[in-house]
Unconditional design. Structure first.
Length: 157
């Protein structure tokens, strides 16, 4: 069904505002107004956004920042979420989306089950897309999702 991805992101950010304020995070949204409403499962996409933003807020340092962005892409969209937390070792990046994987106790602070990013990867895969994690040169980690969704205009014809 046609899904307003940007509205889902704004709603999730509103829902976690308390956690953002508690950590004194700066959040920047770069939501593509030309994204339209691609045909995606809104419940699953909401879960994906929830997991990515939860992860970004959890691992951003107090006073740090989170950036969430959408971009229209051929055949779908690109969703990125990054934080200013510590970079991850390459071997950790390689396993980040595996179920129950937790990088280390210091990074996880003893919370979570190690399923959040595995869920994000599963939702991305169900939408014919891909997900990856990269270290940001200026510091932090960026999660990048490419999602395949038919545009609303193509289905309206």
């Amino acid at each position: 069904m046609p899904t307003d991805v940007n509205a889902l992101i704004r709603g999730e950010l509103k829902g976690i505002r308390g956690r953002i304020d508690e950590k004194e995070l700066t959040v920047r949204s770069e939501l593509d107004p030309e994204l339209g409403s691609p045909v995606l499962d809104p419940a699953l996409l909401g879960r994906l956004i929830e997991e990515l933003l939860d992860n970004a807020v959890k691992f951003a340092p107090n006073g740090g920042h989170v950036v969430v962005a959408t971009t229209a892409a051929a055949g779908g969209l690109r969703l990125t979420v990054e934080n200013s937390g510590p970079p991850l070792a390459e071997d950790v990046l390689a396993h980040l989306f595996e179920p129950f994987y937790r990088a280390d106790q210091a990074r996880t602070r003893g919370t979570g089950t190690g399923l959040g990013l595995a869920v994000a990867a599963a939702v991305t895969s169900l939408h014919g897309g891909s997900i990856r994690a990269v270290n940001v040169p200026s510091g932090g980690v960026r999660l990048e999702c490419a999602l395949v969704g038919a545009s609303q205009a193509r289905h309206a014809a």
